[in-house]
Design a protein around this ligand. Structure first.
Ligand SMILES: [Zn+2]
Length: 93
């Protein structure tokens, strides 16, 4: 059994920056501080790993295209919407 790890206030502050860190949206200075902490802190190391996997799963899912019939229905509705707007504009003069 592993002992549960409690996040310190410092860890909690770091959690808030973790997603920015994973997106590469931090300054070099902040990034280095986070990397140093992650290496030395079991709690944040684990959080970083889990968040990284979650982000990767979300990105992979976002790349998948919706099924063909869903795309076809969406295209039909968009075309109908455009036709309605064009007709409305024409009626207005
Ligand atoms: Zn930590």
């Amino acid at each position: 059994m592993t002992r549960p790890v409690r996040p310190s206030p410092r860890c909690r502050a770091l959690f808030e920056e973790l997603s920015l860190y994973l997106d590469g949206d931090l300054t070099t200075d902040r990034r280095r501080k986070i990397e140093r902490h992650i290496r030395s802190c079991a709690c944040c190391g684990m959080m970083n790993q889990r968040l990284r996997l979650t982000v990767a799963a979300c990105r992979a899912e976002a790349k998948r295209r919706p099924p063909r019939d869903v795309m076809a229905r969406a295209a039909t509705r968009v075309r109908a919407l455009i036709a309605t707007r064009v007709a409305a504009r024409r009626d207005r003069g």
